[in-house]
Unconditional design. Structure first.
Length: 327
């Protein structure tokens, strides 16, 4: 009986001695602070994908990371103020998405590392010296968006063979969108289409474009994805439906609102991969030394329910090219 008590006492003594060791180990696990400037509003599937990426690298919110959010809620005029707010915080890295948001953060800080979760052309927009060696305090992933403009014109022509006049809806105040539009214009002659290009900067511009396109009806729409068009995606999709206009979008977020088809890199996948850059930076890598990566996952998605509502017969051969067909 005495031996049993002695063993219990020694066990308790050993456990008590270990408590300070555990406590010190927990204290040594530094909590890192990540700032996030997102174009939209919560809940946001792109933010969800980024946090999934963080978890795969062992980061748990409240244990070893803290997330400081700033949401623009579709209003890109808020980017500079929100970026300044983040730049004043003791952050280890800032993550953002879209050219106007990246520019705002770039102007707000030259010292805090910045990871962009996708932008049209990081070199031509001035965010990086090159893809291999970005330089400065920025790195991240490219959307390759300008290079895909011609492909989208080909796809909408395949779905609507008779289309010859296509209207582009895009945010003219986003320099990344201007690059994409230029690429589409260069590709148009080879696809035998004429492009209409109303420039949008405000909701009033969008409503005015709707009036113009109702009077001078195109055969189809090509809608570019940025915070402005995404925030007004329901209006755009409803306009296309009401006017029986086939439309192709750059991301499936428009199909979730009832759009016809989308083709482009998976922005969710890119946001998930952005967490890898954050992990490398938190482990000591310099953003300017981390090469900018290209998309690896592209998706063609067709919404047959919307096609039926438009009385549009999507060729079976074209459907077979799709990564996903929504019934």
């Amino acid at each position: 009986m005495l031996d049993v008590r002695r063993r219990e006492f020694i066990t308790l003594l050993g456990s008590a001695a270990a408590w300070p060791v555990v406590a010190r180990a927990q204290q040594r696990e530094r909590v890192r602070r990540i700032g996030l400037l997102w174009p939209g509003a919560p809940p946001d599937k792109w933010d969800t994908a980024f946090r999934e990426g963080l978890r795969t690298h062992g980061y748990v919110e409240g244990r070893n990371i803290l997330l400081e959010y700033r949401w623009a809620e579709g209003n890109q005029e808020r980017f500079p103020v929100l970026a300044e707010e983040l730049a004043r915080l003791p952050l280890d890295v800032i993550v953002t998405l879209s050219a106007p948001a990246i520019l705002a953060v770039k102007q707000a800080t030259t010292t805090i590392p910045i990871v962009f979760a996708g932008t049209s052309d990081p070199v031509r927009t001035g965010f990086a010296a090159s893809l291999a060696r970005p330089g400065g305090n920025l790195t991240g992933l490219s959307l390759m968006a300008p290079d895909l403009a011609g492909k989208r014109l080909e796809l909408i022509k395949s779905a609507v063979p008779g289309a010859s006049r296509i209207a582009m809806l895009w945010n003219a105040s986003d320099q990344g969108m201007a690059i994409r539009v230029k690429k589409a214009q260069l590709a148009a002659p080879a696809v035998h289409v004429t492009l209409l290009s109303p420039e949008l900067r405000t909701l009033a511009d969008l409503e005015s474009a709707f009036v113009t396109l109702t009077a001078d009806r195109p055969d189809a729409l090509l809608v570019f994805v940025d915070p402005f068009t995404v925030s007004h995606r329901k209006r755009i999709v409803d306009f296309a439906a009401a006017n029986r206009l086939p439309a192709i979008y750059e991301d499936r977020v428009f199909l979730d609102a009832g759009g016809l088809m989308s083709y482009g890199p998976s922005i969710e996948d890119i946001c998930r991969r952005a967490a890898t850059y954050v992990d490398k930076i938190l482990k000591g890598a310099k953003p300017g030394d981390l090469p900018i990566e290209q998309p690896t996952k592209f998706e063609l998605i067709i919404n047959l329910k919307t096609a039926r509502a438009l009385d549009l017969e999507i060729p079976l051969q074209f459907q077979q090219l799709a990564d996903e067909v929504i019934e």
